[in-house]
Ligand binder design. Sequence first.
Ligand SMILES: [Cu+2]
Length: 244
Amino acid sequence: MRKAYWLTIILMSLLLLLVIGAYRPLIVTGSIVGAQTDGIRFSPPKEVPQLTNNTPLHSAVLAGVPINVVVDFNYDRGTGSKIAIIRDGKDYGVGDTKIDDNKLAIRRDMDPAAPDGVYMVKYTSCQLNGSCDEGAFQFALDRSKAAAFTDLRGQKEVVIDLKNYAFDPRNTLVSKGTKVTWKNGDDDTHFVNTDPHPEHSYYRAMNSKALEKGDTFALTFDKPGIYPYHCSAHTSMTGTLIVS
Ligand SMILES: [Cu+2]
C-alpha cells in the first residue's frame, strides 16, 4: 500500500517535469505568458497567414521612434490592408498605409513625436482574393536607451567601419542631413542591409551592394528616427543608427 503511494508520487512528479519541459520554450519566448523585455511585459503577438516578419520586432524596446512600421509577407497583399500604431487609444501612424511595389510588405509612417511607452500595432492583412485577417504585435519606445549610443551628432559626414565582423561604432547617433559612409576594412565581403533579415524592407534605400575590402556605401539621412540594420552575409553583425 505505502509502496504504491510513493510510486504514484514519483510518477506524477516525472510527468509534471515532462510537461514543464515541453512547454518551457513557449514560456521563455513568451508565446504563452507574453515576452518580457526591460521589465516590460508584452502580450503574445497575433500572427496572420503568409506573415513572414515585422519591424519593429515584437517586444523590441527601441531607443528611437521607427520611421515606419513594416509588416512582411510571402505573398502579395491586396487593398484593404492597413496598420494602426496605438498607445492610450491614439493612433500614432501618419498618413495612409502603403503596399510596397513588390506587394510583399505593408507599411505606415510613425509620428516622430510619439511619446515613450508601449505601442500596440494592429494591422489588417488582406490577400488578393479579398480575404482579410487581423494581426497584432507590440514594441516599446525608451529614448533613455540612446544614452548608450556613440554620439556623432553635429557632423556633416560620419564614417562607420565594418571591421572584425562588426560595425564600429555599432550604435550611432547622427544629426538630420548627415551623410553616413560605411567602409569595409575586412578581407571578407560585407553588406549594409536594413532590417529585418531576409526581407530588408524597413528602409529599402539602406541596402548596399556587396562591399569588398575598401568599398564604401554612403547614404544621407534626412528623416529623423531609428534605423536598425545588419550585414546579410553575417546576421550577427548588427547596428543601429538614430537620426535626430
Ligand atoms: Cu558581414
